[in-house]
Design a protein. Structure first.
Ligand code: PLP
Length: 353
């Protein structure tokens, strides 16, 4: 038997959101925070053209996409680092900072990949419990030690949908030592409507230890193609670029991301529709008697505690897949109006049972 790393015995595997089908064949996947929309015709057309190039390796520096992002956000191309989905960029960040004994601080519960990536990189996870449903930034600052290399702030937080506000984020950043990297994970940034939530891209410019993580998977609807990026000052972005597996972002993905930036207006109209549905779903749940934290992402969070699994099963029986975290709660993505109505009916039936 070959010898494997001991950490593999204890590492929790990443659980992707599942699809379910009801007895009468209905299936609504509200478990992965995906876009409910099919790809735009202009993006499909770009992908079709790019297909003729797949016998060649992609541009390893993804020059076209890097420049398009730099132009879009008014940043130098040297501030951009790409990866195969932002989860891979997060993995690269762990590889950039981790050494034996290195600590990485993050809120818990937050994005499930953080503990996994920390384990894989040989870093020690320091989990700081949420205060209610929100990051406890003061406690996170208190948790920083001389061993801390990196802190993740997931804003909005997955799975609770809550945000940290400008003043508390600034106060937190002022307390973080300059040699600790703060990653603002803004995978859901495009869904934020609360004007008091800082855009990481304005914060990072004056803060050499802040990096912003974004993705094409959610608002831009490219989850299946795996493109994410980081924007940070040059030393951070350059260090992260060094950790990329060569050719990680393929040519079709690069092309589709460029086409999506070109079609941004149309895509952001879709985001507006999801935000409207989010308000409708949350208000309907509250009218049913549920407590639902204000969400700035494309999902809602129900703290069901010991009834979480039972709730997920009841939704599954109606063909609605939600994302349960046993003993804690369920995250439910905002889908099409039909999917949302089916979910709301299942939630109402569960309350009234
Ligand atoms: C907070 C957060 N960050 C990063 C990701 C990773 O997304 P992707 O790798 O598809 O860019 C997700 C996906 O669910 C997420 O919720």
């Amino acid at each position: 038997m070959p010898r494997f790393r001991a950490i593999l015995d204890t590492m929790p595997p990443y659980k992707a959101g599942k699809a379910v089908v009801s007895a009468d064949g209905r299936s609504y996947k509200l478990s992965s925070n995906e876009s409910p929309y099919e790809p735009l015709p202009s993006v499909i057309e770009a992908i079709s053209k790019a297909a003729s190039q797949i016998h060649l390796y992609p541009d390893p520096a993804a020059t076209g996409l890097t420049n398009a992002l730099a132009e879009r956000y008014g940043v130098p191309p040297e501030h951009v680092a790409l990866g195969a989905g932002s989860v891979t960029v997060a993995q690269q960040l762990f590889e950039t900072v981790s050494e034996p004994g290195a600590e990485v601080v993050y809120a818990w519960r937050s994005f499930e990949a953080y503990p996994l990536l920390a384990d894989l990189a040989g870093a020690t996870s320091v989990r700081v419990p949420l205060l209610g449903e929100t990051h406890h930034l003061e406690a996170m600052a208190d948790a920083i030690t001389p061993r801390t290399r990196m802190v993740f702030v997931c804003n909005p937080n997955n799975p609770t949908g809550t945000v940290v506000h400008a003043a508390e984020l600034e106060a937190f950043l002022d307390r973080v030592p300059e040699d600790v990297l703060v990653v603002l994970d803004e995978a859901y940034r495009e869904y934020v409507r609360d004007a008091d939530v800082t855009d990481g891209l304005t914060v990072y410019r004056d803060r050499p230890n802040v990096a912003v993580l974004r993705t094409f998977s959610k608002a831009y609807g490219l989850a299946g193609l795996r493109v994410g990026y980081l924007i940070a000052n040059e030393p951070v972005a350059a260090a992260v670029r060094k950790t990329i597996v060569p050719f990680a972002v393929n040519h079709i993905a690069q092309t589709a991301a460029i086409a999506s930036l070109a079609a941004e207006e149309e895509l952001l109209e879709r985001v507006d529709s999801v935000v409207k549905e989010r308000t409708r779903v949350r208000e309907a749940l509250i009218a049913q008697g549920w407590t639902v934290p204000i969400t700035e992402a494309n999902f809602v969070w129900l703290r069901l505690e010991e009834r979480t699994t039972e709730f997920a099963d009841a939704c599954a029986a109606e063909g609605v897949a939600v994302r349960p975290f046993a003993g804690e709660g369920a995250r439910v993505s905002i889908g099409s109006p039909e999917a949302n109505d089916t979910f709301l009916a299942a939630a109402a039936a569960f309350r009234n049972a």
